[in-house]
Design a protein around this ligand. Structure first.
Ligand code: ZN
Length: 234
C-alpha cells in the first residue's frame, strides 16, 4: 500500500485574477510531503505543468524513494479538470477550453482524468456524468463536508474510483487528504493503472481549518511583491 496526495499546488500556479495562487515552492512541497510520510504526490498547478516538472526533478535528486507525478489542473470554461501524469512542459490559457476539450486533450497526453471537488467552487457538477472521467475526488480537504458527501454519492452512483486530496495551496495543508493505493511498485505507470482499476481507498480525511490563515498569507504576498516565492529550481 502506498500513500498519495493527488492535488497540490506550488507557487508556479497562477490565479487567473490575483496572479498569486500556490504559495510554496516546489522544494517546500516535496520536503513537506516526505516529512508527512507520503510515498508520492501529484503536483497539479493551474494550467501549467511547470511546478510538477520542477518538483519531480528536485525529488529525483533527493533520491528518497518518493514519487512526484507532474500533473495539471485545467481551468476549463465550466470548471476544473484534474489530469494526473502530464510529463511535458505545457501551459494552457485559463478558461480557453471547454470541459470536454480539456478531458479529451489531457487524455491524449496519457493522463488519468479526475473530476476534482465536483460540488465545490469551480467544480463541474452534473457535467461529471456526461464526460468520461477515470476517478472522482470523493474528499477534498478545502470544501464543505456536505459537498464531499455529495461527491461520494456521485462516485458510487457512477461506479467511479475515489481519491482524497488536500488541494494544498500552502505546504502546511499537504496530506490533509490522502489516498491509499494498492500497489507495490512506485512508478507513474503503476499509479495510473491503479487509479483506473479502482485500487484506491480514501485513507485520510482532515478538513483544512486554517483557510483564514491561508488567505491572510496570500494577501501578504500580494501586497509585498518581494515576498513572492519563485517558480524555479532552488
Ligand atoms: Zn486545485
Amino acid at each position: 500500500m502506498k500513500k498519495f496526495d493527488f492535488h497540490i499546488h506550488t507557487c508556479c500556479s497562477k490565479h487567473w485574477l490575483w496572479g498569486v495562487d500556490g504559495l510554496s515552492t516546489p522544494r517546500e512541497v516535496v520536503e513537506t510531503a516526505i516529512s508527512r510520510g507520503l510515498d508520492g504526490i501529484a503536483v497539479s498547478d493551474h494550467n501549467t505543468t511547470k511546478g510538477g516538472l520542477l518538483a519531480a526533478r528536485i525529488a529525483k535528486k533527493m533520491d528518497k524513494n518518493f514519487l512526484v507525478i507532474p500533473s495539471i489542473e485545467v481551468k476549463s470554461k465550466s470548471g476544473d479538470v484534474l489530469a494526473i501524469g502530464v510529463l511535458e512542459e505545457l501551459t494552457i490559457k485559463s478558461r480557453s477550453l471547454t470541459a470536454a476539450e480539456a478531458v479529451e486533450q489531457m487524455r491524449e497526453k496519457g493522463a488519468v482524468i479526475i473530476a476534482p471537488h465536483p460540488y465545490g467552487r469551480e467544480g463541474l457538477g452534473s457535467l461529471v456524468e456526461k464526460l468520461k472521467f477515470d476517478a472522482l475526488e470523493g474528499f477534498n480537504a478545502r470544501i464543505l463536508s456536505r459537498y464531499n458527501r455529495k461527491a461520494k454519492e456521485l462516485a458510487e452512483r457512477l461506479g467511479l474510483p475515489m481519491v482524497a486530496s488536500s488541494d494544498a495551496h500552502i505546504a502546511d495543508e499537504i496530506a490533509n487528504g490522502i489516498t491509499a493505493l494498492d500497489i507495490n511498485e512506485l512508478s507513474i505507470d503503476a499509479v495510473k493503472k491503479a487509479i483506473i482499476k479502482g485500487k484506491t481507498k480514501i485513507y485520510q480525511e482532515k478538513r483544512t481549518k486554517s483557510m483564514g490563515q491561508v488567505y491572510s498569507k496570500k494577501f501578504g504576498v500580494l501586497l509585498h511583491v518581494s515576498r513572492r516565492p519563485s517558480c524555479e529550481e532552488i
